[in-house]
Ligand binder design. Structure first.
Ligand SMILES: NC(=O)c1ccc[n+]([C@@H]2O[C@H](COP(=O)([O-])OP(=O)(O)OC[C@H]3O[C@@H](n4cnc5c(N)ncnc54)[C@H](OP(=O)(O)O)[C@@H]3O)[C@@H](O)[C@H]2O)c1
Length: 355
């Protein structure tokens, strides 16, 4: 049995890690941390886990990175489900004591130091670790993840956008200078702590753009497109807050730079995602395009496309659950790879979404 810790286990992604790991056959949760719930059993923060974890698994208090070696003991791997800029100094401490690390924050996702200044407004203090960290989208970087000690789990809107756009970009079908991405995302993406624009009375019934020209996740998308095409790519990216709790639906548009048929485009997706256990290419009846409803609560991603030959435009789609394929599900998939387990262990299940 492998042993893991979850730092920041009282939040939404921490709760999803606990939910998945409660039925994982090869991994045991040994340590969970929270300042607010310190000393309380897991179900105080996650009532749906009452009776699932023993009451003896209690949140430990972890106030600062220096305390990590005493609090997070005897585990093989630690998940950091902390806000960004908080994870920043926990990562080197965890690596120092020999742990494998999966960081769910944005602190180690970008390779270039200058990108942290541009997108996050701070000088990254550990450029050497940025070089070593592996971007944790297993469908794309799976081989590197297997040997990584530090994996930077993707942002949810970045994950859906990359899954949608990368296959046609790699296949040389679309104009890399003109890519437009529009994402609809659910309110849980903002985490468990309420804020004015995100809490229920404000969010219910809403459909509004936010960070319409400069959302940070575009930096991750551009990074992956650059790495796989060798071209400096700039993407027009706008997320929309919509009235759902879970889900990230990326609708991306670009224009054809060569004549292709729908079958050619389908082949581009199939080439990248062949053998990838959690990507489903959606085509044909009864519903020809991805839907967040079909992946709710699961680690699956649906991808699809529409070729509009009249205007030579390719629309590219991906639907994921932001807390699962966009966060905790992918983190467990990464953990499986890093610990030498089967990639899909503990993740092959569906949640009922239709009557
Ligand atoms: N929500 C999503 O859809 C999503 C998707 C992809 C990635 N992410 C990223 O994953 C990370 C976690 O997100 P989340 O949605 O789970 O957030 P969350 O619900 O707000 O949970 C944050 C956790 O971090 C702890 N924490 C907060 N400030 C801390 C501090 N200064 N020191 C120590 N612990 C602290 C909190 O517990 P206490 O306050 O009790 O200590 C809580 O357990 C974030 O970086 C987020 O950007 C989120």
């Amino acid at each position: 049995m492998k042993r893991v810790a979850i730092v920041g286990a009282s939040g939404y992604t921490g709760g999803e890690l606990l939910r998945i790991l409660s039925v994982h056959p090869s991994v045991e949760v040994k340590v969970v941390t929270s300042r607010e719930y310190a000393g309380k059993p897991v179900y105080y923060a996650h009532p749906h886990l009452r009776g699932i974890y023993k009451a003896t698994l209690k949140f430990k208090r972890l106030n600062k990175p220096e305390e990590l070696p005493d609090v997070v003991e005897n585990v093989d791997l630690v998940f950091l489900a902390l806000p960004h800029k908080v994870s920043l100094h926990y990562v080197p401490k965890a690596l120092e004591v020999g742990l494998k690390v999966i960081d769910l924050s944005a602190d180690y996702r970008l390779k270039r130091v200058e990108d942290y200044k541009r997108w996050y407004g701070y000088e990254h203090p550990y450029p050497d670790l940025l070089e070593k960290s592996v971007y944790g989208l297993p469908e794309i970087y799976g081989d590197k993840i297997k040997n990584a000690r530090l994996v930077a789990n993707p942002g949810c809107n970045a994950a859906s956008s990359i899954l949608a756009t990368l296959p046609p970009a790699i296949a040389g079908i679309i104009d890399l200078d003109h890519i437009v991405v529009d994402v609809k995302v659910g309110s849980s993406e903002a985490g468990a702590k309420p804020y004015r624009g995100g809490h229920h009375p404000e969010r219910e019934g809403a459909a509004r753009p936010y960070d319409a020209s400069g959302h940070r996740h575009v930096a991750e998308l551009e990074q992956s497109l650059r790495e796989f095409t060798g071209k400096e790519v700039k993407v027009a990216f706008t997320p929309h807050a919509v009235s759902m709790i879970r889900g990230s639906l990326a609708s991306a548009y670009s224009w054809l730079i060569k004549d292709v048929t729908p079958l050619d485009v389908q082949r581009a997706y199939a080439k990248l995602y062949a053998g990838k256990p959690f990507v489903r290419i959606v085509r044909g009846p009864p519903m020809p395009y991805p839907d967040v409803k079909n992946v709710y609560g699961s680690n699956y991603a649906e991808v699809g496309f529409a070729l509009d030959e009249r205007v030579r435009r390719l629309a590219m789609f991906a639907a994921i659950d932001n807390l699962m394929k966009g966060a905790a599900g992918t983190a467990i998939q990464n953990m499986n790879l890093m610990l030498g387990l089967d990639e899909d262990e503990g993740l092959r299940y569906l949640v009922p979404v239709r009557p």
